[in-house]
Ligand binder design. Structure first.
Ligand SMILES: Nc1ncnc2c1ncn2[C@@H]1O[C@H](COP(=O)(O)OP(=O)(O)OP(=O)(O)O)[C@@H](O)[C@H]1O
Ligand SMILES: NC(=O)c1ccc[n+]([C@@H]2O[C@H](COP(=O)(O)O)[C@@H](O)[C@H]2O)c1
Length: 161
């Protein structure tokens, strides 16, 4: 939320791309793209962000990294600056001619999704302090702890089915 609010201080409209949208029920991507959109919108509303300035677009991954920017362009409205904390994404966008701003990271040692997922699986209730209250509520409704535990036990491996 801090990163989004910082960026909204610099731009008129923000397109948030929800990457790896085709993945779900996996250890790294436990939630569907739709569930991630739901959580994002709830947290934005809770933070008082004007949703009229934000467009959320889920995007599947694409096998060809060089052409990924062209693929991205076909899913999002035209944009003139890209914000990312990811150096690889920054390189791809720069090589395609875009202005890229390295987005500031806030308390990155604490706010790491891998850590939140680990705490949930370990039964460490302090995961609740690492997400906005509205997101904690949705994660409870989705029975996320149970989902993560079943996934980590290997039950969700698509090759198994
Ligand atoms: N603490 C943070 N402050 C600001 N932006 C962040 C922070 N953590 C992640 N981001 C931004 O969110 C986007 C996704 O990052 P990333 O996938 O590495 O998140 P993550 O929380 O580390 O997830 P995971 O642990 O599952 O890999 C990036 O653009 C990154 O800059
Ligand atoms: N070839 C690809 O599909 C490709 C390449 C680079 C980044 N991405 C996506 O970009 C995201 C990472 O960017 P951020 O760290 O800025 O969120 C990932 O979700 C990934 O799915 C996809």
């Amino acid at each position: 939320m801090k990163a989004i609010q910082h960026i909204l201080g610099e731009v008129d409209e923000l397109v948030i791309v929800v990457g790896s949208a085709q993945f779900n029920y996996s250890e790294k991507d436990p939630f569907t793209a739709g569930e991630r959109v739901l959580m994002l919108r709830a947290a934005l509303k809770e933070a008082g962000v004007d949703l009229g300035r934000v467009i959320i677009i889920p995007l599947n991954n694409f096998e060809n990294n060089h052409s990924w920017v062209k693929y991205l362009e076909s899913y999002v409205p035209p944009f003139d600056v890209a914000y990312t904390g990811n150096q690889f994404v920054a390189m791809l966008l720069r090589n395609a001619g875009y202005r890229v701003v390295q987005q500031p990271l806030f308390s990155r040692d604490i706010y790491v999704s891998t850590l939140v997922r680990k705490k949930m699986m370990d039964g460490d209730e302090t995961w609740r302090e690492l997400v906005p209250p509205s997101v904690a509520k949705i994660l409870d409704e989705l029975k996320s702890v149970e989902r993560l535990r079943v996934i980590s036990a290997g039950e969700a491996d698509p090759l198994k089915w």
